[in-house]
Design a protein around this ligand. Structure first.
Ligand code: AMP
Length: 286
């Protein structure tokens, strides 16, 4: 596996592969790799001839009071996991390589970034879409893999790629969870044992909502109320949001109809956790 830090190096590495017509798969990450990231890498490995993983903690997607400086950066362990999973190239640029000091260009996706995490993390999605646009231009993959864990991000990237006519297939991959239901996340490392236990309230609330929907409940306010109660009852926390929205347009739904995204973001101690489920009400028995 090659570890490459500059744009010119990764371009030189990929050029012969592209000329030979090999399918290039790309997994963008911020490192601190876990089984969630690795599921994306393994899918890429199974479907592509060349697999590139980027490891870049992108400063522009963190707010001024967020955890950019504290974000875990276990680069050697990450590279070992990439090697184990058969990655061909790990692209690990320093910040200066990705952002010139006089950089003046931002890529933004409107509407889809207004709600959910966008409403609570101003500027976050502009940072994400700008860095992913740059990475797509650098790597020029045939296919890129994103986790359903970050559901809004996947919707936003898909729309950006379609709107900008990039010839890149976007593959969404299911959320990988611990055996007790907690969605894997690099930020789980911040949780104390008690907070780790409390954090199960996110997946428990989502499961409860899915069960209610399967049992016939369609009223969104009752579902949101019940989810919030379950989260609050688990212990002290601050709920950023609990919402049920259209899974593709991310617009609020008064009733559960069609494909819905049930999404939540909760702060437990200093850690902000997100989780979601997609339900297709039309495919349920009632
Ligand atoms: P991050 O390093 O947090 O930027 O995540 C990189 C990619 O891994 C994104 O596409 C995430 O959605 C995906 N990812 C993170 N956690 C999980 C998970 N538990 N299951 C599946 N994909 C995940």
């Amino acid at each position: 596996m090659r570890k490459l830090a500059s744009v010119s190096e990764i371009r030189s590495f990929l050029r012969p592969h592209r000329q030979a017509g090999r399918r290039i798969g790309f997994v963008p990450t911020m490192g601190a790799l876990h089984e969630g990231h690795r599921s994306l890498v393994r899918r890429a490995r199974a479907e592509c001839q060349v697999v590139v993983v980027s490891i870049f903690v992108n400063p522009t997607q963190f707010g001024p009071n967020e955890d950019y400086a504290a974000y875990p950066r276990p680069l050697d362990a990450d590279l070992a996991l990439c090697r184990e999973d058969g990655v061909d190239a790990a692209f690990c640029p320093p910040v200066e390589e990705m952002y010139a000091p006089d950089s003046a260009t931002t890529v933004t996706v409107s509407r889809l970034t207004d709600g959910l995490c966008g409403a609570h993390r101003p500027g976050h999605f502009a940072g994400v879409t700008t860095v992913v646009a740059k990475l797509f231009n650098i790597v020029q993959p045939d296919v890129a893999y994103f986790g359903q864990k970050d559901a809004q991000q996947a919707v936003v990237i898909r729309r950006m790629v379609r709107d900008l006519c990039w010839p890149i297939e976007i593959v969404g991959c299911p959320t990988v969870r611990e055996s007790d239901g907690l969605a894997l996340a690099s930020r789980n490392a911040y949780l104390s044992p008690a907070e780790r236990q409390q954090a199960l309230c996110l997946s428990a609330a989502l499961n409860w909502a899915c069960e209610r929907i399967a049992a016939g409940e369609r009223a969104v306010p009752a579902l949101i109320e019940g989810m919030k109660r379950r989260i609050v009852d688990a212990g002290p926390c601050s709920i950023d949001y609990v919402e049920i929205v259209d899974a593709d347009e991310l617009t609020p739904k008064p009733r559960v109809e069609g494909r819905c995204l049930i999404a939540t973001a909760v702060r437990i101690g200093k850690t902000r956790l997100i989780d979601n489920r997609v339900v297709d009400a039309d495919r349920l028995a009632r």
